[in-house]
Design a protein around this ligand. Structure first.
Ligand SMILES: Cc1ncc(COP(=O)(O)O)c(C=O)c1O
Length: 400
């Protein structure tokens, strides 16, 4: 062996096609401008601007002072699992056994990581509807799987086309991923669509991974969980979380629900990834999640998002070159900018430079969406009004 050979680090092959998040990229650009004292209005992060409900914070401080500072169960704090199970039953009428069918994860992101690591083999095909949250594609790629993307169409209100889905199923298809309500389109899938999807999953013996992190944020008609279709219970993994609904993005807590037969595989990944999520955070959350003040704070946040959505949509409707399918859930507007003559990336770059408004280019959510941008309305109404005014000025100057 050669002595003193120069060290040249090469990252693992499995990472070579994995990309950094375009959302993080825009957040970094915005933060850099803010640090220079520029008055940037950011519609980038999918992050509530509200504080975590006070009862949860108080209960967590108590848990810390009571020394819940040691390892906990790999599954998650039992009382938290029990309360998730109860809430889920109240919402859907379906029971997941808190002891062997619920896993607490470090945020929804870790839940995605675990699910894909536990299920996807090299060469497996995974159907992902685009535009989509960036983690699915990158995790499937990391596992050597093949992403089969099915672009959803604005003219179909970004709803899933079942016939097109069926055409994309092959002998190698392992899993379908569905994010309902959807980031970035805000689409809430209809019960009929989900029923049809469940039928395909059953017919072809597939897995269905349903990311339902925005389940409480459906404004116009009721949200349907994939759990409503018991015929695919043994083929479903459901992701839930606290980051969005409870304004707890920094706490890094989420969960997975699945049939007892699939659970050990998820647990195996979790054991070696994190051992367990921080104990006092889980104890605090478990003790306060169902207190009346927490419940009413959450209700009020949801109402506020709905009002903000309406405000943003109404201001958008005054800009005739920007078009958006009305989102029914989550907290995003996915806007077609093609009538301005710009692509999403150029639109976003120029808008940030000229008007100090930050948005995410649609291409980050799927290559077919290069003429879209995403705006998050998880910001104050004041920022929405000021930011949308700046966008209108920007677009008017484009056409001069
Ligand atoms: C669809 C979707 N799933 C999962 C996550 C990850 O959530 P968490 O912040 O809990 O990791 C996000 C965050 O933006 C998301 O939009």
């Amino acid at each position: 062996m050669e002595q003193n050979a120069e060290f040249g680090f090469r990252e693992a092959l499995r990472l070579q096609k994995v990309r950094f998040s375009p959302i993080r990229n825009m957040i970094d650009k915005t933060t850099a401008l803010k640090k220079k004292g520029r008055d940037v209005i950011s519609f980038v992060a999918g992050e509530p601007d509200f504080a975590t409900p006070a009862p949860i914070k108080d209960a967590t401080i108590t848990a810390l002072n009571q020394n819940y500072t040691h390892y906990g169960s790999n599954h998650g704090y039992p009382l938290l699992c029990e309360k998730i199970s109860r809430f889920f039953y109240e919402d859907t009428g379906i029971t997941y056994d808190p002891a062997i069918e619920i896993l607490i994860t470090c945020g929804g992101a870790e839940a995605i990581n675990h699910t894909i690591l536990a299920t996807v083999n090299p060469g497996d095909e995974v159907i992902i509807y685009t535009p989509s949250f960036v983690n699915y594609e990158n995790m499937v790629t990391l596992c050597g799987g093949k992403v089969v993307s099915i672009p959803l169409k604005a003219e179909n209100q970004f709803q899933i086309n079942l016939a097109e889905t069926e055409k994309n199923i092959t002998r190698r298809t392992k899993m379908i991923i569905v994010n309902n309500p959807c980031n970035p389109t805000g689409t809430v899938y209809t019960r009929e669509t989900l029923q049809g999807l469940a039928g395909l999953v059953k017919k072809y013996g597939l897995l269905l991974f349903a990311d339902e992190i925005y389940n409480k944020l459906a404004y116009d008609f009721p949200f349907t969980s994939i759990a409503a279709f018991p015929e695919i219970r043994k083929q479903s993994i459901i992701l839930g979380g606290f980051s969005k609904t409870y304004a707890m993005t920094g706490w890094r807590l989420g969960y997975l629900l699945t049939d007892a037969s699939l659970f050990p595989s998820l647990l195996k990944v979790h054991q070696y990834a994190t051992t367990c999520c921080p104990t006092f955070l889980q104890v605090g959350l478990a003790n306060a999640i169902d207190l009346p003040d927490t419940v009413s704070e959450v209700k009020s946040m949801v109402k506020t998002y709905e009002k903000r959505r309406n405000c943003m949509l109404s201001m958008l409707s005054q800009i005739n070159t920007l078009h958006c399918v009305k989102p029914n859930g989550a907290f995003y507007l996915f806007i077609d900018v093609s009538a301005t003559g710009l692509g999403g990336q150029t639109f976003a770059d120029k808008l940030l430079k000229e008007q100090l408004v930050a948005v995410v280019p649609g291409e980050g959510f799927g290559k077919d969406f290069y003429h879209f941008i995403r705006l998050s309305y998880a910001v104050s109404t004041q920022s929405i009004v000021a930011g949308m005014d700046r966008i209108r000025t920007f677009v008017e100057h484009l056409s001069c």
